[in-house]
Ligand binder design. Structure first.
Ligand SMILES: Cc1cc2nc3c(=O)[nH]c(=O)nc-3n(C[C@H](O)[C@H](O)[C@H](O)COP(=O)(O)O)c2cc1C
Length: 205
């Protein structure tokens, strides 16, 4: 690991870095009240068989599923192209509730992607357009220079939605709603999609 990277992360040993980040989160969560209720963990299956998870933002809840937006050239997009079975996870500390979702994923329509793209501020559009998401880059300066160049180039022009950027929708076929309690006797309810409606079971915590 380069010295630069190790400095930014505060070390080069993952468990130690995690420990610091975790402590920082514990120290700050209440101070800044920075709960992001739309953040969800998306897990895909990678080509090597490992699950692969990352946080994305839930931007729309349609009648049929959960919609987020990303690069269609990203690592996750490659994994989705190979396996359309994914999982989502929400945890809301402020209500002590968790929701787990398993489902099938597909791209949203081009129109839906463009509509959302057009609703974004120019600066976010530029960040998304310039990023070859999930590919390595030599330095932060390179990214910032690209951002500055595009900002100048598109100061007076519209930036249209790139062809490799858009939405995905996850249609649930299994869900679990988890309700935390003070005494750890939590409540869990699993729903499985049937040809008509859902069948529900209560699970032990
Ligand atoms: C709070 C939060 C929200 C995020 N929202 C998105 C998002 O909506 N879309 C997206 O592509 N990446 C989002 N990211 C970044 C992803 O976690 C991830 O780094 C990126 O999509 C590349 O993932 P991949 O290499 O597995 O494809 C978010 C990260 C965080 C921490």
């Amino acid at each position: 690991m380069s010295e630069d990277i190790s400095k930014i992360l505060g070390g080069n040993e993952p468990i130690a870095i995690f420990k610091n980040w975790w402590q920082e989160a514990k120290d700050n969560v209440y101070k800044h009240e920075m709960n992001e209720a739309t953040a969800m963990t998306l897990s895909t299956v990678a080509q090597d068989g490992f699950p692969s998870s990352r946080v994305v933002l839930l931007k729309e809840l349609s009648q049929t599923g959960f919609v987020f937006f990303t690069s269609y050239s990203s690592k996750k997009a490659g994994e989705i192209a190979e396996h359309d079975k994914v999982a989502l996870n929400f945890y809301w500390p402020q209500t002590f509730k968790q929701v787990k979702i398993q489902g099938l994923i597909k791209k949203t329509s081009r129109k839906e992607s463009e509509d959302y793209w057009n609703s974004r501020p120019k600066s976010s559009q530029i960040s998304q357009a310039l990023s070859n998401q999930s590919q390595p880059i030599g330095s932060r300066a390179e990214l910032e220079q690209k951002h500055e160049d595009l900002q100048k180039e598109y100061a007076e022009k519209e930036l249209s939605c790139p062809g490799d950027w858009g939405g995905y929708e996850v249609t649930p076929h299994k869900v679990e709603f988890w309700i935390g309690t003070e005494n750890r006797l939590h409540d869990r309810f699993v729903g499985t999609k049937q040809s008509e409606g859902w069948s529900w079971k209560r699970l032990q915590p």
